[in-house]
Design a protein around this ligand. Structure first.
Ligand code: PDD
Length: 285
């Protein structure tokens, strides 16, 4: 099926949608993005993604070229037009097209805004969640503003390939002996009855799923510690998992070839996944 996509104010068939070769997103990775999941044809945590988008733009001295209300409308229209029941909406905003120059273009240069959908049938009842995933550890070689959701994703893509080459599903990145996050997700371990995940700073993306999961965990009287943890701690943990808009809560069963706990998805991760899916569906729009 030819998707309908959104480019700079127009809804177009995907094969007719174009962006300039001078776009700064293409030349400088000078752009930001968001990924919002869709369940039952509704958007999960839309407000959180819209707020983080505005923050990412602000941190890079970019304008928000569309209101949050219009943005919601575009998301909904794409979900409707492409008949997405379970899947994702990808959004990207760049500083626009201008002759190649490291300095930002003149004020008023139109920004580029692109949205498209990806159908992911079975996103909620994913077999991967039953099986759990394997991760390896790699050095974190990204830049220092990982709290800004920019499209410069080459190192995470390389990390994903390093994981694949090692027969794993993803990589956890380590800096100064402590895990920062996964290539495209936040990382957690469980020790006893405590959930441990890195505290918020410029070193990690402030996951929208992370915020919701920690809130639900606390509401369910689970203990949460926000601090860095080592790979040794992770290998010795009872459970491990990741969170992101595209995976929700996904158990990790193997780290660097060693089984985590019993080597199967643990009860806390399973419960958090259920709570997250139930609660997010209640507020989906
Ligand atoms: N990635 N950390 C990184 C580096 C990420 O790229 C992501 C999201 C997350 C989780 O954030 P959230 O819960 O808001 O999705 C953490 C998206 C899904 C992606 O790049 O496809």
């Amino acid at each position: 099926m030819t998707r309908t996509v959104y480019v700079n104010g127009s809804y177009l068939p995907e094969n007719e949608a174009t962006v300039s070769i001078f776009d700064r997103g293409f030349l400088f990775a000078d752009g930001v993005y968001e990924v919002t999941s869709v369940l039952g044809g509704k958007l999960i945590d839309f407000d959180g993604h819209a707020v983080r988008l505005e923050r990412s733009l602000k941190e890079l001295d970019m304008e928000m070229p569309i209101t949050a209300e219009e943005l919601l409308e575009v998301h909904r229209e794409l979900v409707r037009a492409n008949e997405i029941d379970e899947g994702l909406v990808y959004l990207q905003i760049t500083r626009g097209a201008a002759d190649r120059d490291f300095a930002y273009p003149a004020e008023g240069t139109p920004q580029t805004i692109v949205l498209f959908t990806q159908a992911k049938p079975g996103l909620a009842n994913s077999p991967a969640a039953e099986k759990g995933m394997k991760v390896i550890s790699i050095e974190d070689q990204r830049w220092g503003r990982r709290d800004i959701k920019t499209v410069q994703l080459l190192y995470p893509a390389m990390g994903k390939m390093m994981a694949k080459a090692a027969g794993a599903d993803d990589a956890w990145m380590v800096e100064d002996g402590l895990v920062t996050e996964g290539t495209s997700n936040n990382a957690y371990i469980v020790k006893g009855d405590t959930i441990i995940t890195r505290h918020l700073s410029n070193d990690i993306l402030h996951g929208i799923t992370r915020a919701a999961v920690l809130r639900f965990a606390r509401e369910a009287q689970m203990k949460v510690e926000e601090r860095g943890f080592t790979m040794d701690e992770a290998k010795d943990a009872d459970e491990a998992f990741i969170t992101s808009a595209s995976t929700f809560v996904m158990p990790v069963v193997e780290i660097d070839g060693d089984a985590v706990g019993a080597g199967a998805p643990g009860p806390m991760a399973k419960r958090l996944r259920e709570i997250y899916l139930d609660e997010s569906l209640k507020t989906a729009i």
